[in-house]
Ligand binder design. Sequence first.
Ligand code: SF4
Length: 336
Amino acid sequence: MRAAVQTHRVGNTPDLQSYDHVVLFTSGGKDATACMFDLLDRGVNPARIELHHHEVDGRGPAFMDWPVTGAYVAAQAVAFGVPLFRSWREGGFEREMLRQNAATAPIQFETPHGLMRAGGGGPRNTRLLFPQTSADLSVRWCSAALKIGVGAASIAGQDRFLGRRTLVVTGERAQESAARARYSTFEPHRTDTRDGSRRPRHVDHWRPVHGWDEGRVWDALQRHGMRPHPAYELGWSRLSCMACNFGSAAQWATIRLIAPALFERIAAYEDQFGRTIQRARSIRTLADLGRPYPAALSRPDLVALALGESWGLPILGLPSAWTLPAGAFGEAAGAT
Ligand code: SF4
């Protein structure tokens, strides 16, 4: 039975040919994109690879995330020739943040056989608070509620992973932060039940670019001619949510410039909650302290692309025509 096969590893690299499914969790960022190229370069059969994208805003109107991200990830999936499965918590970030004596919302996830729904219910709680800027996921609730928990639900909820070997791949790098440096390169995934008698599934978690520096990541994108997400071209060095709670002064100044209505909605929530996103300063103060990224002023085409919901451009080009985006090697706001 395949689930009983042991994982053979060379160093921290699992035996990639031993897996039935290779599930790459991606938000379209450079590190997950580099993971995809690494899998292909190592000879993993694309027929076994699938992209999973957790939509932070829950398929509703953009609130925290870049409006174009869903379309960008879909264009990547087409370019790679692999399926894309989207998953989200109903109501996304905003509903979770506004929970008041209410249970967390159910999760929906796409599967090869249609849309499924799981979870919801559970204890009633009140948030009425932005996630805290901490590596502790119990207070930085967005990562747990909108990404990690959603990804886990989509694997645990699908019988196609039972009795099979699945490799979950994510793109965290040690260089990003002290917390990420402590992550294991290879470990059982949180959905692993290989030793259970009920619903056993073998699920490993691999971080293939954990030891890579940023230059190696950009080299991979250039070598394959992959256009990076427009957030990088605007000046962001990491593809987090557009309005990530870890945003720098320059990022908040840029958001206020390019998406003033959204900025004001977030600022109004800070007023309503009586607690700012970042403990020390409101986003209005942060924006006053920062200067917008130059590309946000000089490239209205990029701003429109990033704030739109479609992607109609080539995503792959010639490596010789590839250029490093403005945000490369910039401030590392957003890393935990
Ligand atoms: S990118 Fe920022 S706001 Fe979005 S889920 Fe991660 S920590 Fe939360």
